[in-house]
Design a binder for this molecule. Structure first.
Ligand code: SF4
Length: 386
């Protein structure tokens, strides 16, 4: 992908939402939800970039900014070199013709009173494409065929309630494709679908990417699905990209502690595998009260003094692998394949730690009773902080 031209170049993109205070606090300072807090990345022609992270991390807001459903607070979004954050009027309408979004819930995103024809041809009407009803019907039928709803005549005049979940999502994809977009944001496009039809929709999107060379941003909370779909994966945390790398690189060699924990939560499809979890502390902080320094430091098991004072930049640690961590080169994150449930003797008290009991494991791997771990600051070998 490196030699393909850049379609989207996002630089230090920020989106804050104002939190309206009640009447009683009208003189209190205005507060903001930091939904997207300075993300930068490029998307190249034909590339699929996956965005993963827990709910509220800012991945959907990033997608909505790139389609200009939201206006950025600051930063640049260069689409073929034009900053689309500043577009208005006719120019914005022309940009929207080139960029489309597939939404999460096909039960909500289709108007129940519209036939499939009305839904798919509506963007053509809005943008004044097609001379006559017949021409638009032909274009809608071709889009349905591309979305593998065949024969299209069977579907054109059905209503959403006459379609299955998978067929509805194919109609949503046809609606996005009918304008021949140059960029598509797919926001959790399979999370509302049965597992049995997910693979069909994912393979359809991959086929369309191959046929039309359309770059995609694929948003999901499911790491396995994102790995299957994407060339590169960006891991988001509290409005920041904390790690960005080619998919296989990030899965096999996570370098940020948050990515390490995220990957350890992915189930292994092998009932005999003994799979442990990399724990992180506490809950996701409020995006209104952002922690100082590294946003992940209150939950990070590797944190040190500097982490609570200075926010680390997203930097290239190995070629093409970007990490937002001061100590990315020093900390030894565990790879998903290495995370197994260990038993043995506690590295502090020397007594046995039984399998399945409350314990802490570091990256050496040593094992500690939870109580014993709280008495020591961390492992001197792998630098994991308890
Ligand atoms: Fe952030 Fe420090 Fe943890 Fe790196 S080690 S993720 S900089 S808290």
């Amino acid at each position: 992908m490196a030699e393909e031209p850049i379609v989207f170049s996002v630089k230090n993109l920020v989106k804050y939402f104002s939190v309206k205070a009640g009447f009683g606090s009208m003189f209190a300072p205005e507060r903001f939800v930091h939904a997207v807090d300075g993300v930068s990345f490029d998307i190249r022609k034909g590339e699929i970039v996956g965005m993963v992270g827990e709910s509220g991390c800012g991945k959907t807001t990033t997608g909505r900014l790139l389609t200009r459903l939201e206006t950025p607070t600051s930063g640049q979004m260069l689409f073929h070199g034009t900053d689309i954050g500043k577009l208005e009027g006719r120019q914005l309408k022309e940009f929207r013709r080139k960029v489309q979004m597939i939404f999460q819930d096909p039960y909500e995103s289709l108007n129940p009173r519209f036939t499939v024809y009305s839904t798919v041809s509506e963007p053509l009407v809005v943008h004044g494409i097609g001379e006559s009803y017949d021409e638009r019907e032909e274009m809608a039928a071709r889009a349905l065929e591309s979305a593998e709803l065949k024969p299209p005549e069977e579907f054109l005049y059905r209503y959403p309630h006459e379609l299955s979940g998978g067929q509805r999502q194919r109609v949503a994809i046809a609606r996005a494709l009918v304008l021949r977009p140059e960029f598509v944001v797919a926001d959790e496009p399979v999370s509302m679908l049965d597992v049995s039809i997910r693979a069909g929709i994912m393979n359809l999107m991959l086929k369309l990417r191959d046929e039309y060379d359309i770059p995609f941003m694929f948003i999901s909370h499911d790491v396995s699905v994102t790995r299957y779909m994407s060339h590169r994966i960006a891991v988001m945390y509290l409005g920041n990209i904390v790690e960005l790398a080619p998919s296989e690189d990030i899965i096999k060699n996570p370098m940020h502690p948050y990515t390490e924990a995220l990957l350890s939560a992915v189930p292994i499809p092998d009932p005999k595998a003994k799979h442990g979890r990399v724990e992180i502390r506490g809950e996701l902080p409020s995006p209104i009260d952002i922690p100082p320094g590294c946003y992940f430091h209150p939950r990070c098991l590797y944190r040190r003094g500097l982490c609570s004072e200075i926010k680390p930049p997203l930097r290239e640690v190995t070629p093409g692998h970007f990490v937002q961590c001061h100590f990315a080169e020093q900390i030894k994150t565990r790879k998903p394949d290495d995370i197994v449930l260990e038993s043995g003797n506690c590295a502090v008290c020397g007594r046995p730690v039984a399998k399945g009991t409350s314990s802490v494991q570091c990256n050496c791997p040593k094992i500690y009773h939870t109580d014993c771990a709280s008495q020591v600051k961390g492992c001197q070998v792998c630098m994991k902080w308890f």
